[in-house]
Design a protein around this ligand. Structure first.
Ligand code: ADP
Ligand code: MG
Length: 506
């Protein structure tokens, strides 16, 4: 079979970075072609070029053997290329059908016939097994259904080349399986799929071919049947990767963090956390797992003092910290790696060393009698940045703003681990980090556990939760719907808990 898309020697520069460096990809018609690479490898850029959102600085694109100039997404649409973005672009108070026909010009002299459009949507939905109700309002349907609406939007426009940018990031394991089945039906009907992902399992499960990018460059293209997960990981990272977090069985001691009957209001004023109780013991890692938006942010922010508690208690040791200001909670033995490192983790206008002593600059040796000691501060920061391999252009004097996200995150992790709190609340510790840094941070978290720290780990990455935790608490609709031992559960059970279809007492 011929190649439906050929991207040849594509180069794209952004200020200060070559996002794509002479990358070539050839995609066979009717295949599922994965694009694999770490954060920032240039995957989205390459696909945005194919979809006409960016123009390449050099290189050629052939679609169905003909050279094309995809100057904007309308040209891409006309060529039969569609894209489902990481963040959906749907109007929430419109129906499915209204969203799908939005932006399509009614033919001259005809009014757009919504009923006819709805019938076509229903037909497409049936053909590909999408199970979407054409008349449902977007605000009333799940994220996974919204994604299917985006798929229908492409199909309605007769797209034949479908680009998915990290489509499984927002889905439960069950929904991921369903999406894969949908992808297979799409290719069975002759569609071609380009799938961006950094998840090796998904590639093994569904893709025919995989192209690997690293730092903007093409590493290679391989048939998936011949590639192992370890082999793909090595191509992605450039060295051998140790997947499994090495740890011994937890030696859990006394309860160090105890949350009792906690209620917290969310930004809409509703109860985002409802009568939630959870214990974390010394020497164990409890993973908090759930689909984004089920109360985990409110819970973490309530524990760390970023939002007020409506009712209930939060004990660190035997002290109720639920009404204390942030600083007093830290002094009571709480450590926090925040999910939003910009809002709560670093002061971007401060230097790296200033950020490293952020909670402690008022105490010795960093200051005496109210006078800062810059030598001690830099010496301390120097030690941490070399120990945690934080890379910054100008060493400790680098402004936090000019560091990459991964290095900002490492700096926060270094600072919080070094404070050595008894209770550690860690949210999304590896988001945006490369595999090497992830390995390192996971190992450090386990080391903290082995020193007897009580750790609550909140992550949207199910693999991270399963690999690092000793026990897993699943949150759904602001409640803990199950607590399971990490070595006695599997993805399927967690997925059922996460979607609210199963409840399991401890
Ligand atoms: N619009 C943009 N402006 C400037 N830099 C960008 C832009 N889009 C992406 N980049 C940079 O280009 C590189 C590749 O990014 P991207 O294609 O998004 O990677 P991936 O999708 O593989 O994570 C990154 O360093 C990113 O910061
Ligand atoms: Mg991307």
């Amino acid at each position: 079979m011929g190649d439906i898309v050929e991207m040849l020697d594509i180069t794209k520069d952004f200020p200060g970075i070559r996002a794509n460096d002479r990358v070539s990809v050839r995609v066979r018609k009717g295949s599922i072609h994965a694009l694999l690479g770490e954060n920032g490898a240039g995957k989205s850029t390459l696909m945005s070029i194919l979809f006409g959102l960016y123009q390449p600085d050099s290189g050629r694109i052939l679609v169905r053997g003909r050279e094309v100039n995809i100057s904007d997404p309308n040209v891409a649409n006309a060529l039969g290329i569609g894209m489902v973005h990481q963040h959906f672009k749907l109007v929430h108070n419109f129906t499915v059908t209204e969203n799908i026909i939005l932006g399509l010009e009614p033919r001259r002299g005809l009014v757009l016939d919504t009923a006819k459009a709805a019938a076509r949507v229903a037909e497409l939905s049936k053909l590909y097994g999408l199970d979407v109700d054409p008349n449902a309002k977007i605000e009333d349907i799940s994220v996974s259904m919204q994604q299917r609406v985006e798929i229908l939007k492409m199909l309605y426009r007769n797209a034949e080349i479908l680009i998915f940018d990290e489509p499984t990031a927002v889905l439960t394991p069950q929904e991921i399986h369903e999406l894969m089945a949908i992808m297979r039906r799409l290719t069975a009907e002759g569609k071609t799929i380009l799938l961006i992902t950094h998840k090796l399992k998904e590639i093994k499960a569904v893709a025919d071919t995989c192209t690997v990018l690293r730092r903007g460059k093409l590493v290679g293209t391989v048939p998936v049947a011949d590639a192992s997960e370890a082999g793909l990981a090595q191509m992605m990272v450039g060295r051998e990767v140790n997947f499994s977090v090495s740890k011994t069985k937890a030696q859990a001691g006394a309860v160090k963090l105890s949350i009792r009957d906690l209620c917290v209001r969310n930004a809409k004023g509703l109860l985002g956390v409802k009568h939630l109780s959870l214990d974390v013991r010394a020497g164990e890692i409890v993973g908090l797992c759930g689909i984004d938006g089920n109360g985990q942010s409110e819970l973490i922010q309530a524990i760390t003092g970023l939002v007020p508690v409506e009712s209930g208690t939060i004990l660190v040791g035997d002290r109720d910290i639920s009404k204390l200001p942030v600083k007093a909670r830290l002094d009571a033995g709480l450590g926090h790696i925040p999910e939003d490192r910009h809002r709560f983790g670093l002061v971007l206008d401060f230097r790296l060393d200033e950020n490293m002593v952020f909670h402690r600059f008022q105490s010795r040796p960093f200051s005496r009698y109210g006078i800062l000691n810059p030598v001690e501060i830099s010496r301390y920061a120097d030690r941490l940045i070399s120990e945690f391999d934080v890379r910054s252009g100008e060493g400790v004097a680098t402004p936090a703003r000019s560091m990459s996200g991964g290095n900002q995150q490492k700096a926060i992790v270094a600072r919080e681990i070094d404070r050595s709190p008894a209770v550690f609340v860690i949210a999304q510790p590896t988001r945006g980090l490369d595999v090497g840094a992830i390995e390192y941070i996971h190992q450090r978290i386990v080391e903290e556990r082995d020193k007897g720290k009580a750790i609550l780990l909140c992550s949207l990455e199910l693999d991270e939760i399963m690999d690092v935790s000793d026990r897993i608490a699943v949150i759904y609709g602001g409640e803990i719907v199950g607590v399971v031992n990490a070595d006695e559960t599997e993805e399927n059970e967690l997925g059922l808990l996460m979607s609210g279809s199963l409840r399991k007492a401890e």
